[in-house]
Design a protein around this ligand. Structure first.
Ligand code: MN
Length: 438
């Protein structure tokens, strides 16, 4: 478990003045990672750290980083790669050393300020890419509120299947179609079974949806055949991003039995460019609880560290900007908010369960948390739930009805952490515009 240290001190400010603005996602207490280059340039992709409205280019520090301790030098060298995998593979001691060094050189009054200023790139001038080479992607189903609400739509008599409270349910997704925020999402085509029809037809999905999720990037992997014990699970986690698991509900309804999601999900998954590290999230921990009459988890999914602080408080929200809102210069409209602390399963449990059979995880692998819906109906993380499978459309600003997504809709996920005594940190955003089907 990462500790709270001097890098979380709320009194710290940065010489990058935009980092000190109230409400900024990237104050000096955050220091999230991304992979970028200047937009429109042929520069090599490299790793950077978000600070205020800028990116600190970790490959342009030159002499400022010379003579630093071995772990910092090693971490900086890993950041010259066009993906975060090399840094992820180094493990928690290197991540912590780099964080402490970055916190020191970016704080107000640091001797390095003059030399580092030349390594700042405005975020508005950057092109971002998916921050890691993602070898494998697994999507979990950790919100019991989502699982129950969706189950109720399909099985009113038995909303929650009996394995749910024992098994952190997941399916293997597809890494090739994971895209970075800002990339358009083409409406998928596929087999659809119209209501009352006997045979399916092929056409564009008419029930396109989003799913409000977090993504968990694996840091160090494990060898095939060697499970990761829950006590050590978080040592294998680098950090978290926002994740939109775009879903075609009509394709899904027709194809999902008996093997689960396939073409309804693998046409696009949007991630935020920023990865917020577990080190940055240390102040926002909460006890993980399983209250009676629900069963206690099996021993491989339970430990004292989990009970003490295994949950994370992360406020999540989804907003929608329709073409009509854009035309009228209206701000995106918030559709719902939820909090990751309401998740039934924790990050450590996801990792321990994924590897209990010896399955190997690798640096850069991505685990989705599943749709994060809260206990209240208005906290639902998908339109499927918010509109009762499309039967009760939302009425948006301007009296625009919305059951499922229309072409021209832009979906924006945001997230952040707040706690008295600490500075708020944010995740940036994961946004995507729905394009007409090909
Ligand atoms: Mn999902």
């Amino acid at each position: 478990m990462r500790a709270i240290d001097e890098t979380h001190d709320p009194r710290l400010t940065s010489w990058v003045s935009t980092a000190n603005r109230a409400g900024c996602d990237f104050p000096i207490q955050n220091l999230p990672f991304a992979v970028f280059r200047r937009a429109g340039s042929a520069e090599p992709l490299r790793c950077g750290v978000g600070i205020g409205d800028a990116i600190l280019d970790l490959t342009a520090l030159g002499a400022a980083a010379a003579g630093e301790e071995e772990a910092v030098a090693q971490a900086m060298a890993a950041c010259a790669q066009p993906a975060l995998n090399a840094l992820m593979a180094l493990g928690a001691p290197a991540w912590l050393a780099l964080r402490r060094w970055l916190s020191r050189v970016l704080r107000a009054g640091a001797d390095e300020a003059g030399r580092l200023a030349a390594a700042l790139v405005p975020q508005s001038a950057a092109q971002f890419v998916v921050p890691a080479r993602i070898g494998d992607y697994t999507d979990f189903y950790t919100s019991i509120h989502h699982a129950t609400a969706v189950g109720r739509l399909f099985r009113p008599d038995q909303p929650l299947l009996p394995n749910y409270k024992w098994v952190p349910i997941a399916y293997h997704g597809r890494a090739s179609s994971i895209i970075v925020s800002g990339t358009g999402v083409r409406r998928p085509r596929g087999q659809l079974l119209a209501r009352g029809a006997e045979c399916p037809h092929v056409g564009p999905s008419e029930r396109l949806d989003y799913e409000l999720e977090l993504g968990v990037f694996i840091g160090r992997g494990n060898r095939l055949g060697e499970p990761i014990p829950i006590e050590r699970a978080e040592e294998h986690v680098f950090g978290l991003c926002l994740l939109n698991d775009w879903s075609a509900r009509d394709l899904q309804a027709w194809e999902y039995q008996p093997l689960g999601p396939f073409l309804a999900k693998n046409f696009a998954t949007t991630v935020s460019p920023w990865v917020v590290t577990l080190e940055a999230l240390a102040p926002f921990r909460a006890p993980w609880r399983r209250l009676a009459p629900d069963p206690s988890p099996l021993p491989y999914l339970d430990c004292s560290e989990l009970r003490a602080a295994g949950a994370l408080e992360i406020e999540l929200e989804v907003a929608l900007e329709t073409a009509a809102m854009r035309a009228r210069n209206l701000a995106p409209q918030r559709l719902s908010q939820s909090d990751f602390r309401d998740s039934y399963w924790s990050i450590a449990q996801m990792v321990a369960h994924h590897t209990i059979n010896g399955c190997n995880l690798a640096p850069g692998d991505l685990l989705g948390t599943g749709t994060q819906s809260g206990p209240l109906p208005e906290q639902a993380g998908s339109l499927l739930e918010l509109t009762a499978a499309g039967t009760r459309p939302l009425i948006l600003a301007g009296a625009e009805p919305r059951a499922f997504l229309c072409d021209g809709d832009r979906v924006i996920l945001r997230g952040g952490c707040r706690r008295p005594g600490f500075v708020r940190i944010g995740f940036g955003e994961a946004a995507g515009l729905v394009l007409p089907s090909a």
